[in-house]
Design a protein around this ligand. Structure first.
Ligand code: SAM
Length: 192
């Protein structure tokens, strides 16, 4: 079994759209407790790498074949210094950025939705900083105001964008995932 029920959402999303391939380098934002990390590590295989980031500490994972391909970072993705640490850990080419980041729930939907959208925007910025040309981006957001604008911005940067609510997340009907495939250009790196 996996460390979180969320793991099954990534499985469904990846089965649907082939976001992750063998040998990929994947950056997983909002990765605790680590279910998506387990699924991503399986799917990249022994030649791939997965870097997980979360505000919470991610307890050491155990996997058949070992966990050398997994690295975890504790930090806040809204802070530049965390984003810099992720860039350093990736050390070059990144094929996939996934974000399951979600705010602490206040119970007031409009507030939680705005915070979720902010986290999705942060993830999008990180994806633009890191992803190679052709790379894929998967991001969770609570449905509501300005989600259409996010979609339009994704469509400006990727070949193909689809929104979906995986069965495994039906209980919270407001949650949707954008799958954006095939980044149109690569990041501008120093020295390019
Ligand atoms: N995908 C994970 C799994 O399979 O185990 C579950 C992720 S959980 C739904 C959302 C996570 O987003 C929480 O662990 C939370 O700490 C994290 N998060 C929220 N805001 C964050 C931020 N600013 N920076 C990093 N992580 C954040």
């Amino acid at each position: 079994g996996y460390r979180s029920r969320a793991a099954y959402k990534l499985k469904q999303l990846d089965d649907l759209e082939n976001v992750i391939s063998g040998g990929d380098t994947v950056v997983d934002l909002g990765a605790a407790p680590g279910g998506w990390l387990e699924v991503a590590a399986e799917r990249v295989g022994p030649q791939g790498r997965v870097i997980g980031v979360d505000l919470q500490r991610i307890k050491d994972l155990e996997m058949p074949g070992g966990t050398d391909r997994i690295e975890t970072i504790r930090g806040d993705m809204t802070e530049d210094r965390t984003r810099d640490r992720v860039t350093d850990a990736a050390a070059g080419s990144v094929d996939v950025v996934v974000s399951d980041m979600a705010p602490n729930m206040s119970g007031e939907y409009s507030l939680d939705q705005a915070r979720s959208l902010h986290l999705a925007r942060q993830a999008f910025e990180t994806a633009l900083d890191l992803l190679d040309s052709g790379g894929n981006f998967l991001v969770k957001v609570f449905d509501g105001p300005d989600v259409d604008a996010l979609r339009a911005d994704l469509e400006g940067e990727f070949q193909y964008v689809r929104a979906t609510a995986p069965d495994a997340s039906r209980e919270s009907s407001s949650e949707l995932y954008f799958i954006a495939k095939g980044r149109l250009t690569g990041p501008v790196r120093e020295g390019d």
